[in-house]
Design a protein around this ligand. Structure first.
Ligand SMILES: NC(=O)c1ccc[n+]([C@@H]2O[C@H](COP(=O)([O-])OP(=O)(O)OC[C@H]3O[C@@H](n4cnc5c(N)ncnc54)[C@H](OP(=O)(O)O)[C@@H]3O)[C@@H](O)[C@H]2O)c1
Length: 240
């Protein structure tokens, strides 16, 4: 399939931040999009708003990606609503920063279950449908924390290092089934993530639109090229 228009896409964690920007860019380009997150009210509001101003269909399905049944219902529901599946964007994630001395078992589990487990559950449910597509894609939103440990990153680094391993192993398997898998790894993005709210003082950070632009760029690749990893950094961070 050429271009984004008409592709059937699911974006997890798409009511705010990076996911919202990716979903908006896909809808503006004419794709059919499923919006999803845990808050049903946010999912309904964002889906209705985007659907009203987009060429393609935009529908909402509530999903907590740390719950395997939710992920199965999300992908099954997407195919029911849109008729097929071409693109899965695994974006939903949480950041709880604390050293091992302070990180609770619950916060460890929440990060691993969401940032890593959710990608596995959604991808597993998506793959049989993506195999039917003539241009199937899974794009995983990782982080520079996929490769760079930082103090306080016990749970976040573990989940994101695991995500990169999962993503690249899937990439090697799924290319033989006509599905491309890529990991986008941004540095700091100006969103309400990990306890630090978006702010004008953080205008030096990447914008959610910068990450969306990288995702859409990836989806434009075809032919024999499989671009499997993009690292992104703010171009002019404060010197420190
Ligand atoms: N911001 C950064 O500096 C940065 C840098 C690198 C990578 N990233 C990665 O980018 C992704 C998105 O981050 P963001 O900054 O856009 O975050 P955000 O502004 O906090 O938005 C997170 C989105 O994910 C949803 N979400 C959270 N937990 C979920 C769950 N268990 N199941 C389904 N949806 C869930 C949220 O809605 P609900 O709360 O309603 O579920 C929301 O729509 C994450 O994977 C993050 O690790 C962020």
């Amino acid at each position: 399939m050429d271009g984004i228009a008409g592709r059937a896409c699911v974006v997890t964690g798409s009511t705010k931040g990076i996911g919202l920007s990716v979903a908006t860019s896909l809808a503006e380009a004419g794709a059919d999009v499923v919006i999803s997150a845990r808050s049903a009210r946010d999912v309904e509001r964002v889906a209705a708003d985007l659907d009203a101003k987009s060429a393609g269909r935009v529908v909402g399905i509530t999903c907590d990606v740390s719950r395997v049944e939710d992920c199965q219902e999300l992908l099954g529901g997407a195919v029911e609503e849109l008729g097929r599946l071409d693109v899965l964007i695994n974006n939903a994630g949480v950041g709880i920063y604390a050293p091992i001395t302070e990180l609770t078992v619950e916060d460890w589990q929440r990060q691993v279950d969401t940032n890593l487990g959710g990608v596995f559950y959604c991808s597993k449910a998506a793959v049989p449908h993506l195999m039917e597509s003539d241009d199937g894609w899974i794009v995983n939103v990782g982080s520079l924390a996929c490769r760079n440990p930082f103090a306080g990153g016990t749970g976040y680094n573990a989940s994101k290092f695991g995500l990169l391993g999962l993503s690249e192993a899937m990439m090697l398997d799924l290319r033989h089934h006509g599905i491309r898998v890529a990991t986008v790894m941004p540095g700091s993005v100006n969103t309400d993530f990990g306890g630090s709210p978006a702010s004008p003082e953080s205008a030096w950070k990447l914008r959610p639109e910068d990450v969306a632009s990288a995702v859409l760029h990836l989806l434009g690749y075809g032919g024999n090229a499989l671009v499997s990893r993009i690292e992104m950094r703010p171009s002019q961070p404060p010197k420190g």
